[in-house]
Design a protein around this ligand. Structure first.
Ligand code: HEM
Length: 331
């Protein structure tokens, strides 16, 4: 029989062991508290500095985390350059090439962290922290980011092509791509709210402007005044890479205007407006709620960012901590 004193000794040993060897698969907000206690403020300062010369960069960094997590989980696979063992990078996949940006800022953050705490902070965690800093510095909510992800050893270009939703897809397809990574309809609506900041090129919505689905007319779910503005900025003979604000009302601010825009048919991408304009869809009441209540949106967005950040992380001794986010160690 265990005496009370032996029992408490065993409990203490167990506690110490779990602190030294945290169980695999569990991210934690205090993961770097003894190895890189300033990690959050280092990332935040770098994002703040980048925002001073590029008002779009917060949006771009948030999108990087999304495109990372949807392919092989949140493992920084999107950051790997093509070359050597990486024969088909995710950077060169259709949803990313000539579109995704922010790699230079990630590299700056990594260099600062390598000076302060060499070999400690993963590139995958940098993406999660940079997304939070970007949102909170732009007027959105702040939250404790769960940490402890490790960096992957492969890239998956085919996976990026098939798993990241395209702006031309039906709501049913987009929903099933979210569900494939364990995210539900509330996550889809809340995370789409990230289109409250940043830009989109004409080529990603011009199919709505003149001859929508072969009808010879514009998308009927586009507000007519907004349509005229977009037709002017994206003429039929114009460049597909011209940029437009995703949120015409407050382009660089993280707020719930994305949802109030949807209520007046001012969603920019087809997949944005579909959340509100698909008859009978369960997304409609969620859009209404977020449009009427910014706190409800912020709360849901935080929870959904945590859900997204939890997609298949590598932990424990899996993967590695890259020294240079663009390359596998030793390559
Ligand atoms: C629901 C399915 C989604 C689709 C179809 C989609 C599609 C797109 C497209 C086509 C662009 C414009 C890219 C360009 O012009 O180069 C864009 C931009 C953006 N997306 Fe999404 N997206 C989706 C979900 C998300 C999610 C879940 C997030 C983040 C949580 C996000 C964050 C962003 C941001 C912040 C931008 C602006 C980036 C910048 O200005 O650099 N998107 N998205």
């Amino acid at each position: 029989m265990l005496s009370a004193i032996n029992y408490s000794l065993l409990a203490t040993i167990f506690l110490v062991l779990t602190l030294i060897f945290p169980s695999e698969g569990q991210l934690s907000s205090t993961f770097y508290s003894s190895t890189c206690s300033n990690v959050s403020s280092i990332v935040r300062s770098a994002v703040q500095q980048a925002l001073q010369s590029d008002s779009r960069i917060g949006a771009s960094l948030s999108r990087l985390h999304f495109h990372d997590c949807f392919v092989n989980g949140c493992d920084a696979s999107i950051l790997l350059d093509q070359g050597g063992n990486i024969t088909q990078s995710e950077k060169n996949a259709a949803p990313n090439v000539n579109s995704i940006r922010g790699f230079d800022v990630v590299d700056n953050i990594k260099s600062s962290l390598e000076s302060s705490c060499p070999g400690v902070v993963s590139c995958a965690d940098i993406l999660a922290l940079a997304a939070e800093s970007s949102v909170s510095l732009s007027g959105g909510p702040s939250w404790n980011v769960l940490l402890g992800r490790r960096d992957g050893l492969t890239a998956n270009q085919a996976g990026a092509n098939s798993s990241i939703p395209s702006p031309f897809e039906s709501l049913a397809n987009v929903t099933s791509k979210f569900s494939a990574v364990g995210l539900d309809t509330t996550d889809l609506v809340a995370l789409s709210g990230a289109h409250t900041f940043g830009r989109a090129q004409c080529q990603f919505f011009s199919q709505r402007l003149f001859n929508f689905s072969g009808t010879g007319s514009p998308d009927p779910t586009l507000n007519s005044t907004y349509l005229a503005t977009l037709q002017q900025n994206c003429p039929q003979s114009g460049s597909g890479s011209t940029l437009n604000n995703l949120d015409p009302s407050t382009p660089d601010t993280f707020d719930n205007n994305y949802f109030t825009n949807l209520l007046i048919n001012q969603g920019l991408l087809q997949t944005d407006q579909e959340l509100f304009s698909s008859n009978g869809s369960s997304t409609i009441s969620i859009v209404n709620n977020f449009a009427n209540n910014q706190s409800a949106f912020f709360e849901a967005f935080v929870q959904s960012m945590i859900n997204m950040g939890n997609i298949s992380p590598l932990t424990g001794s899996q993967g590695e901590i890259r020294t240079d986010c663009k390359k596998l160690n030793g390559s």
